[in-house]
Design a protein around this ligand. Structure first.
Ligand SMILES: [Cu+2]
Length: 79
C-alpha cells in the first residue's frame, strides 16, 4: 500500500476548537481518502499565524500536510 506520509492535501470541515498557545486546531473534517480517514473530529498541529482569526464554528477549507497518522494544517480559508 502506498504511504501518504508527507503529502500535502486539501480538505474541508468545521473548526471545533483553536488553541493558539498549544499550536493546535481541532476540525470536524470531511473524509480524507489520501489518509484512509472517514469524516471525524481530530486535532492537528497549526501555527498561531495559520489559526489567526479562526474560531470554533467556522466552516473552512484547509491545506494539510500528512505525517505519522496525523498532520499539520498549513493554511485555513473560511468558507
Ligand atoms: Cu481525521
Amino acid at each position: 500500500m502506498a504511504s501518504a506520509h508527507g503529502i500535502a492535501i486539501q480538505s474541508s470541515g468545521t473548526v471545533t476548537a483553536v488553541d493558539q498557545a498549544a499550536g493546535t486546531v481541532t476540525i470536524d473534517h470531511a473524509p480524507i481518502p489520501e489518509a484512509n480517514w472517514p469524516a471525524m473530529v481530530m486535532g492537528f498541529k497549526a501555527s498561531p499565524a495559520v489559526t489567526q482569526g479562526v474560531a470554533a464554528g467556522d466552516k473552512v477549507s484547509f491545506d494539510l500536510k500528512l505525517e505519522n497518522g496525523g498532520g499539520e494544517v498549513t493554511a485555513i480559508r473560511k468558507q
